[in-house]
Design a protein around this ligand. Structure first.
Ligand code: ADP
Ligand code: ZN
Length: 721
């Protein structure tokens, strides 16, 4: 091959032609370095016929400089990149960037330098040095990462390196991961589990595309069951990817994996250190990483020989990425399995309606686990009508729920209070003038966090210290909290039961693997009486002594007005309920609501999942929502309100009139301002027969947008803000 076409990591250029100098060996999928003006760029060698671009005359072609020493991207992976870009209306280079997500891994060196404290002390101590030395005990990472951990500048740390207080350590990138042993501790499966496991093992051995929906009630042992096909893949020398919705869940998973396979799997998530990232990326691309457990971004890595993907808690919203390439890792997993020819398992106790529909129409094979493992019973569920049994003023727990908590405390059993709202209160206002604290970058209220003494925006991360006086009227000590967050519920519980051991479990408190591990150990060993948590604690955890789950506000999810509100409420509440009574003692669930008659609440109370899904299916069919029709959102944004509005209006003026496609908008997005940008939104609803992506791509391409305007396309959106 002499003339080659590259996909380059630059959105503006994307496709460039080069020639291969004599004696250099280049394959399709090779990752190469090429000259671009005075600079160098990285690119992937692509089939020219699949990558449209202008052909450069032969005499003008410049030679590429080098082929990087990593395996070429396989043809199925290149097809996956193309498919993802097409389906989600994204740039191919942006998708490819998710594959090459560790720049460092591409280059040759097999060692990297990390730094750690040497034990020595500096000649002159400064407050910053002191802070660094205290924060870096037991840490080892790059200077940049250490600076982040210690909260000091890199300069401060380099000064300490100069004095020998911090010393360099050489880390080998290519040291192998310990092998997992498929026969380390094989469990005794129940008859149901055995049947499901056998079917999955058979599919792994067939090495063909086969999508499965593993529909198992909470506590049925889905993990134990899908570990069997994982073992089968390991035996065949195939790699396995297990996708989990949150990093906080990995800790629990790692423990169970190690018990079953004798060693931890390879991890992939955003908080890996850069040396860990490089090591994992290389091992994945060379095939020596057998089992990878990760967040959604692990899906696009260049596995050498993937043989199985498990998507655990497959219904979770966090599999959908909301910026950059707006893909859904659950759906792309199925495509990857199809392109590469292996089975994929979507596991859930409350599958998405879309997945159930796929099973019903015979596209996915459905496997069921209908009972809890070891004879544990599903919990008894009851509602508390807050209009009839209200809590006291400025209190959030109804008397019946308080009595139930008291009863569990007396019996030394555990309780979980679930409220999907971080912080102390969702809204803070001035008692004198009614001023409401709002984010300066977003059209959103600031949420009070008392533990960290901050007012925080949950959309952009903006934080401020609560002021001593009202910024509007100047009244001192005037702030009042409106409504509850988990921290406020914790206060209420502390007042009610001063002797109880309480833990607040949210992404604020369990923000590192260590803290998550600490929490799990405490909960398992009975060192916590009452857990107060967000959706983070409703998934994956197995606390045998937990017998009561209180859902503080089941109506919360129903208020957002988004398309999947009912489904999400159903899923969250059932997941929370699923934590109760997993051991020998029976569980009880109390759901606080103001809408006992709402179909989703009634279905929950009756434990009638089918009734809920039937009602939801009809509702979706009626409005042409997924899976019966398709939605897309288009967000036009700019730092300048008028510019954004005009761009949106002009786009509206040239909207296409296509059969089976309805375009609504533009209108100010529900979050009219986000991170300092003004946002206008179109919603597109299409029948399945229409080519939604083509319509949208051509429509947007027909207009030139000023440089300050961004156009975001979200296919199959989950967030409607
Ligand atoms: P799910 O994910 O379906 O809610 P889990 O996989 O967490 O359920 O299983 C629930 C509990 O039952 C876990 O503690 C698990 O270790 C245990 N368990 C499930 N199946 C088996 C089995 N075959 N042998 C031993 N323990 C099992
Ligand atoms: Zn904000």
């Amino acid at each position: 091959m002499n003339r080659i076409r590259l996909l380059v990591f630059n959105r503006a250029l994307e496709v460039l032609d080069y020639r291969v100098p004599d004696g250099m060996q280049v394959d399709l999928g090779s990752i190469v370095v090429a000259p671009l003006g005075p600079r160098q760029i990285t690119g992937i060698v692509w089939e020219p016929e699949r990558l449209p671009g202008q052909e450069v005359a032969a005499e003008k072609l410049r030679p590429i400089l080098e082929v990087l020493p990593v395996p070429p991207l396989s043809a199925p992976l290149r097809r996956l990149i193309e498919w993802t870009a097409d389906y989600y209306c994204a740039a191919m280079s942006s998708v490819a960037r998710m594959v090459i997500s560790s720049g460092g891994a591409l280059s040759g060196p097999t060692t990297m330098t990390e730094y750690r404290l040497s034990g020595g002390m500096p000649e002159r101590m400064t407050p910053q040095r002191e802070q660094a030395i205290e924060a870096l005990q037991g840490e080892q990472a790059t200077i940049r990462e250490l600076a982040g951990i210690a909260g000091v500048s890199e300069g401060v740390l380099r000064g300490l390196v100069g004095q020998g207080v911090i010393e360099p350590v050489s880390v080998a990138i290519d040291r192998p991961f310990p092998p997992a042993d498929p026969d380390f501790a094989v469990p005794e499966l129940s008859a149901d589990q055995r049947e499901v496991a056998d079917r999955l093992v058979q599919a792994v051995e067939a090495e063909e595309f086969a999508p499965f929906l593993l529909d198992g009630v909470t506590g049925s042992g889905k993990t134990e069951t899908y570990f069997e096909p994982v073992a089968a893949a390991i035996r065949r020398g195939k790699q396995v990817l297990v996708l989990l919705p949150e990093i906080a869940l990995t800790e629990n998973f790692l423990n169970r994996f190690e018990q079953r396979f004798g060693t931890a799997p390879v991890q992939w998530h955003s908080s890996l250190k850069s040396t860990e990232r490089r090591r994992a990326w290389r091992a994945i691309s060379e095939g020596t990483a057998q089992v990878v457990v990760g967040a959604r971004s692990a899906l696009f890595l260049p596995y050498a020989s993937l043989g199985l993907i498990i998507v655990d808690e497959a219904h979770e919203v966090s599999f959908k990425q909301d910026d950059g390439v707006r893909y859904n890792a659950r759906d792309v997993s199925v495509m990857r399995a199809r392109f590469e020819g292996f089975p994929v398992v979507l596991a859930s106790a409350t599958p998405a309606l879309e997945s159930l529909q796929m099973a019903e129409s015979g596209i996915y094979e459905k496997l069921d686990l209908r009972s809890r493992f070891g004879g544990a019973q599903l919990p008894h569920i009851d509602t508390i009508d807050l209009t009839e049994e209200p809590p006291e003023r400025q209190r959030w727990l109804a008397p019946r729920l308080v009595a139930a908590l008291e009863d569990r405390l007396a019996k030394k059993e555990q309780s979980l209070l679930f409220l999907n709202r971080r912080g102390y209160a969702p809204l803070t206002l001035c008692r004198n003038c009614g001023f409401r604290f709002q984010c300066t970058n977003c059209s959103a209220w600031l949420v009070e966090h008392r533990l960290s003494q901050r007012l925080a925006c949950h959309h952009c991360g903006h934080e401020e210290t609560p002021p001593a006086t009202c910024p509007e009227c100047g009244e001192p000590d005037c702030l009042v909290a409106c409504g509850p967050g988990v921290e406020r519920i914790a206060d209420e519980v502390r007042e009610l039961f001063p002797e109880a051991l309480i833990a607040v479990a949210t992404s604020d408190t369990l923000n590192s693997p260590d803290k998550a591990a600490e929490f799990i150990a405490a909960a398992e060993h009975g060192a916590i009486d009452i857990i107060i948590g967000t959706q983070l604690v409703t998934k994956g955890f197995h606390f045998p002594e937990l017998t009561l789950v209180g859902v503080v506000d089941a109506d919360l999810g129903l208020e957002g007005g988004d398309l999947r509100a009912g489904e999400r409420t159903y899923q969250q509440v059932s997941q929370a309920a699923g934590r109760a009574g997993r051991g020998a003692k029976p569980g009880e669930v109390l759901i606080q609501t103001r809408h006992v008659e709402a179909p989703v609440i009634a279905a929950l109370a009756e434990g009638n999942r089918d009734a809920f899904y039937e009602a939801e299916t009809e509702a979706r069919r009626f409005v042409g929502a997924p899976p019966f029709g398709r939605w897309a959102a288009i967000i036009i944004s700019s730092e300048d309100d008028a510019e954004a509005r005009q761009a949106a209006n002009r786009l509206g003026d040239i909207r296409p009139h296509v059969q089976d496609v309805a375009i609504l908008g533009p209108a100010p997005a529900p979050l009219a301002m986000l991170r300092g940008r003004y946002r206008y939104r179109f919603l597109v609803n299409a029948r399945r027969s229409a080519n939604l992506q083509k319509v949208i791509t051509e429509w947007i391409a027909a207009q030139d947008f000023p440089p300050g305007v961004r156009v975001g396309v979200d296919i199959d959106p989950y967030s409607f803000v």
